[in-house]
Design a protein. Structure first.
Length: 402
């Protein structure tokens, strides 16, 4: 009798176990929105996938093509979602197969309302059918947006749960990414609806900081202000998503170029990469990877910063200091090391000096600067000159206990 009870328990838990195992580290890849907007096609995305293979991005871990809004061509006479035939002439299954053949995975996009943000067909009342369609196509990830939907949290919970349940019932592991822009504290409830990650803010624009009165015109710093406070909610299989990387866009026209998104400097782009990695964020690049300059490659392909983002412990850094000049982050890593990030928010270069004890690290440490690769041994304090808007990141290994 007892044996059967155990068996039933195991069988009942099986789908949930597999769902919990998804997105054990923050998802990575290329997301189509900031660069292409709705002007996407199978041809362009395959070019991007090939460039990602050729430049080493796939090997570095950027292993998804995330198709954002604009792929949809409505529904067929059985109400099955279909892709726009001009953009995906061979159909979606053929496109997904060709990406899988390149050892990459595919993300797709829909919305918890009749229409998406850009006005295309979305999934409300078709959740089961659409989840099955996505599974049949071989989709690996769904970004589920919340345009044209009611504001209250109860409706959001119901709609995200309905799609979450539909994905669980489909016969494929599909990572579920909620996108209601952090407006209803999704970090508190959306993982119960089945999501492995959730956007915490409105869209990032290609700039350092919002200088207007429009809350929607967020730059890198405005996103950090919100996301850095949410470390307790992050962990394997449940991530805060502070939106895409704008690294290497340099003010390109398009969604991230709107609302004053006229570009940032390479120092600022490197800071975004550092801060996103310290915050264990999903890393969705959006620049044209077919044509990357050396600075962009250096930022996106730095394996030491990527190792901090993808660390298996899955801790989001705690922000220990946030004064007028400095932000200081501490991220514990799976091998006992710590990643320490120091951002100079001010408009001029500054000398930084701090005892490690002040960050709760009482021993003696060897340090490795993940950007300059400089190594120092037996430290009890950090000392460096940090440029305006630069984020230094050190990996510290304990060399002597306190
Ligand atoms: C927004 C979303 C963006 C992008 C866009 C597509 O709501 O935050 O990341 O997906 O919709 O229309």
């Amino acid at each position: 009798m007892k044996k059967y009870a155990v068996l039933i328990l195991l069988v009942c838990q099986a789908p949930f176990l597999s769902a919990q195992d998804m997105a054990e580290t923050p998802p990575m890849g290329f997301m189509s929105w900031n660069y292409f907007g709705t002007d996407i096609s199978a041809e362009k995305l395959i070019e991007i996938a090939d460039a990602m293979g050729a430049t080493g991005m796939v090997d570095a871990g950027y292993d998804h093509i995330f198709i954002d809004d604009g792929w949809q061509g409505g529904r067929d006479n059985k109400n099955n979602l279909i892709p726009d035939p001009d953009k995906f002439p061979e159909g979606m299954k053929a496109f997904v197969d060709s990406i899988h053949k390149r050892d990459m995975k595919v993300g797709i996009y829909s919305d918890a309302a009749p229409l998406t943000c850009a006005g295309f067909t979305a999934s409300l009342h078709f959740e089961k059918q659409d989840a099955k369609t996505f599974a049949d196509w071989g989709i690996d990830y769904l970004k589920y947006d919340y345009c044209h939907a009611p504001e209250d949290v109860e409706t959001a919970q119901t709609r995200y749960t309905t799609m979450g349940d539909a994905l669980k019932e489909s016969d494929r592991d599909i990572v579920y990414a909620a996108c209601e822009w952090g407006q209803r504290d999704p970090w508190k409830w959306v993982s119960d609806a089945g999501a492995q990650l959730w956007r915490t803010t409105y869209d990032v624009r290609d700039k350092w900081k919002n200088k207007s009165d429009d809350d929607n015109a967020m730059g890198i710093m405005d996103i950090v202000a919100i996301n850095a406070e949410l470390d307790e909610y992050a962990g394997p299989g449940h991530w805060n998503d502070p939106d895409m990387l704008v690294v290497g866009l340099y003010g390109k026209d398009g969604p991230s170029g709107d609302l004053g998104g006229t570009g940032a400097t390479d120092v600022e782009y490197q800071s975004q990469m550092s801060l996103w990695s310290l915050m264990a964020a999903p890393l969705m690049v959006t620049n044209d990877v077919r044509d990357m300059n050396d600075a962009t490659k250096r930022i996106l392909l730095n394996e030491d910063i990527l190792a901090i983002d993808q660390d298996s412990l899955g801790k989001q850094a705690k922000r220990k200091i946030n004064d007028d000049t400095w932000m200081v982050f501490v991220k514990p890593l799976s091998d006992g090391d710590y990643a320490i990030g120091v951002l100079n928010k001010s408009d001029k270069g500054q000398k930084f000096k701090m005892k490690l004890k002040g960050l709760g690290l009482a021993g003696t440490y060897n340090s490795f600067d993940v950007w300059s690769k400089a190594e120092k041994s037996k430290l009890q304090k950090l000392k460096d000159t940090i440029a305006s808007h630069e984020t230094k990141v050190w990996r510290l290994s304990e060399s002597q206990k306190p």
